[in-house]
Design a protein around this ligand. Sequence first.
Ligand SMILES: O=C(O)C(=O)C[C@H](O)[C@H](O)COP(=O)(O)O
Length: 216
Amino acid sequence: MKKTKTEELLEILSGQPVIPVLKIERIADAVPLARALARGGLPAVEITLRTPDALDAIRLVVDEVPEAIVGAGTILTGKDFSNAASAGARFIVSPGTTQELLDAAARSDVPFLPGAVTPSEIMAVREEGYEVLKFFPAEQAGGSAFLKSLASPLSTVRFCPTGGITPDNANDYLSLPNVVCIGGSWVAPEAELAAGNWDAVERLAREAAALARKKR
Ligand SMILES: O=C(O)C(=O)C[C@H](O)[C@H](O)COP(=O)(O)O
């Protein structure tokens, strides 16, 4: 039987503890970066639409790095959604949720990870059929303590928190029952990208991939 979009999304997100959030300034970095992350054990990545070449970067990685699972992030409009889906993104991530995005997601076969923070926002998105959500900006919005408090009243909802997460606080999130994975940019630091230091990126990815969902 064909998987539902939620099943597809959960399969991708639960495959690794950390989803790298990538801002690709130089298109030439896209392929070696995705390869280094995959070698380190993080094949699923979120390429954000925050740079002019982001859609081209998605296309390139989809074409040239078959081991990568390419998602698109910073999706703010219905047009962004359809552009990213056409570029080959396998999942679509937004920092928040709008009706326009929900409509675009409903028309598409590509799974959507919508953002929500407050109980009311989460309940509204849940009414639309979403039970796997992005929680952004995680640290600034209340961090792991906030997420933990959502687990009992909103027990069916699970999150991928991002924003301000580092190796130092990663386990605070990964140890929560309502966290599927975390997102973060620390595995692809700008300085290492600028220097083309793919071995360093691979090392960071390997460390991130080894983060365990251990209990506190
Ligand atoms: O662009 C998006 O779609 C976002 O929601 C933002 C990113 O997830 C965070 O910017 C990552 O946060 P840092 O790891 O603190 O850099």
